[in-house]
Design a binder for this molecule. Structure first.
Ligand code: HEM
Length: 218
């Protein structure tokens, strides 16, 4: 939650001014709707990130099952679905170059696919599978933070002090470190999601520990 709050406080306010001059992402030539779509993406992304924090919290789910259902619908219908479609549209014309475009579209498709799968499983009351898909969806929502961190790390490693001279997203050096950073960030979160699932729920981990203890005593 702290990480989400820090990311949102740092990245979102400039888009709440509805002033295209404040945007970090220049609109491509001949695509005047870009800014409106980008702002729509940022707002839906914010809804997804805030609701995701509550959805993944076991005590909140157990204590407020009705709120979990309402927030779950908000996460899917007002967050990921519109946010993901808009991410793909703005991602296809990203000024950060073709490799970032490919990463953004891949991330957008995975974000939509895992969330739709999780939503369908909940509707069919298949809650074990619902949890698994939503854990993946959650870590993809947060991949956007990881990609910023990994891009920053690669930028610093590759260009160090030259970072201050870079001229923006179309600078080949920016495109180089962003391309590596976005793909690495995406992979990191996919691996964390699978590790999280392998680890199991708290009760599964407890049962495993007890089995190990019993086996050790024999
Ligand atoms: C997980 C799937 C997501 C994808 C594929 C994605 C994709 C994108 C793309 C393509 C852009 C435009 C930058 C460019 O052209 O390269 C963008 C911008 C942005 N996105 Fe997302 N996004 C995702 C999730 C989120 C979430 C959950 C948030 C939370 C608020 C968010 C917040 C932003 C912000 C603030 C910007 C503006 C860029 C900036 O000022 O640095 N995104 N995103």
């Amino acid at each position: 939650m702290l990480l989400a709050a820090a990311f949102l406080a740092f990245s979102v306010p400039r888009y709440l001014t509805f002033d295209p001059v404040q945007s970090n992402v220049p609109a491509p030539d001949g695509f005047p709707a870009h800014y409106v779509l980008l702002v729509g993406h940022v707002l839906c992304g914010t809804v997804a990130m805030v609701t995701a924090c509550f959805q993944i919290w076991p005590a909140f789910r157990a204590r407020y099952p009705r709120a979990h259902r309402v927030m779950g619908r908000t996460y899917v219908l007002a967050g990921v679905l519109p946010g993901g479609v808009l991410a793909i549209v703005v991602g296809l014309v990203s000024p950060f170059g073709p490799v970032v475009r490919a990463a953004n579209v891949t991330l957008g498709i995975l974000w939509l696919a895992t969330t739709i799968a999780g939503f369908r499983m909940a509707r069919q009351r298949r809650f074990v599978e619902h949890r698994r898909w939503m854990v993946r969806s959650f870590w993809l929502t947060f991949a956007i933070i990881t990609t910023r961190v990994t891009s920053g790390i690669f930028g610093f490693i590759m260009y160090g002090e030259q970072m201050a001279e870079l001229t923006g997203p179309t600078d080949p050096r920016t495109q180089m470190f962003s391309s590596i950073g976005v793909w690495v960030g995406l992979m990191v979160n996919l691996v964390i999601a699978e590790w999280w699932l392998e680890r199991g729920t708290a009760s599964e981990r407890k049962a495993r520990r007890e089995r190990r203890l019993r086996a050790a005593r024999r």
